[in-house]
Design a protein around this ligand. Sequence first.
Ligand code: SF4
Length: 522
Amino acid sequence: MKKSPSIFNDVIGPIMRGPSSSHTAASWRIAKMCLEMLQEPLKSAVIDFDKNGAWAPNYREQGTTLGIDGGLLGLEMTDNLMKQTEQVAAEREIAITYEVNAFKTKHVNTVRLNLKGINGKNVKALAASLGGGAFEIQELNGFEVSLRGNYYELLIFTDEEIHNFDSIKSVFPELKSISKSSYKGSSLINVKLSKTISHIALTILKEKMAVSEAVLLNPVLPVIAGNEKKVPYTTIDSLIKYSINQNYDLGKLGLIYEQSQSGLSANEVNEIMIQHVDIINKSIEIGLKGTIYNDRILPQQSHLIDKAAKAGKILNNSIVNEIIKNVSAIMESKSAMEVVVANPTAGSCGAVGGVLKAVADELKSSKDELIQAYFAAGLVGVYFANGPGFSAEEHGCQVECGASAGMAAAGIVQLFGGTAKQAIDAASMAIQNMIGLVCDPIADRVEAPCLGKNVSAAVNALSSATMVASGFNALIPLDEVISTVSSVSSQMPTCVKCTGKGGLAITKTACAIKAKLSSQMD
Ligand code: SF4
């Protein structure tokens, strides 16, 4: 593999509130790290987006302001106060303002943050959201950096000429990497660590070199990097060979992968997956009970399926009914700002959870079997994360609902008791059916056509898993399908990549809905 994604850091998760993982979760993580960098209570912040970037037209509607507000206010994503961040900021007398300006970026989802503390300290950062909650802080107070929230990051600012890192390495022999960046005659040394450090170590460092400031930033991702062990397979081919040699299914391979990636035990990794699956199933329950939120296009609809079935208006006892109910319930929870699991993104959070629960219920699978299905799904997501990633702004909905369809198909084959090869082939078939899918959310809300696309992804996953488990041939291997997603996205116009400038988003009706919602917000 080129990169080493983690199932929990990059595929199943973050656990979050809000409409979009790339807008809300990533921006929350960026803001949280910048606040930690400030080292004093926040007084005010000015946030701006590039006028030519993908965030400028929809940063408020898609929840970027919500994520940034929450991170800057020090709120956890699961905190109920995340539903009213503007009110919390006003109560705490913290001024957070948003602007659109022109500036140079390397990524379409780029934001600048300018924080001022109550004692006058200033932190300026430039950061990009990379899809599914992943992010990179690329600049800090003028220094080039690469902070992705997966390490303990020690930032050492110094005016001293640095010729080598020997003195730093002698204080932190366990460091995972060290790099230097220069700006206006000063240096920033970035030390990446997998464990926290003591105050004593910092005192020793200050005795050895002239440190103007040293700040330790905590990781914001669940799996800390630098504890990796060698994964016994890399390519899809080697994974299938390994599964045959060891007689392992894809669920087991997913568990082994995440254990190797995190350095955690099988039990610990299992526990984290159980926590995620419990939240997903809870979001189905909450959605079915009924949810309310003002800034929303669609009302509660998930309860309509049972009503229609009882009235004989649709098929009775069909698993499709259960899938639609579950997927809609998760999406409704998301739209009502309840806690959900991005899977692989918040926009596509309904498909995997909705269909795996429906199939597991139908098969009367055990909890452990359901957890194994999520590991199978997660491993397919890892290959996706290692390819195009999950940014709809770069690749359209084929990397959100397309990816989730592939992940879900693999999970269903796992529930069927199929082999790793069958699970991988089912993922290939399901993704093939969604190549070229555009991202065109109506009124910049991640609700429609997102709901229909999530339902389609889930039903497509079930049909693909059924076909492959019955002996149908997926023909094109999964790795070739995933690289086709990347090549097709380079042929897709920007207007259908989450910009609100193409597809259904610019229909007469969508424009009228957007105008109505805007007038309600004013
Ligand atoms: S259309 Fe797809 S990619 Fe775009 S916001 Fe909706 S779910 Fe996400």
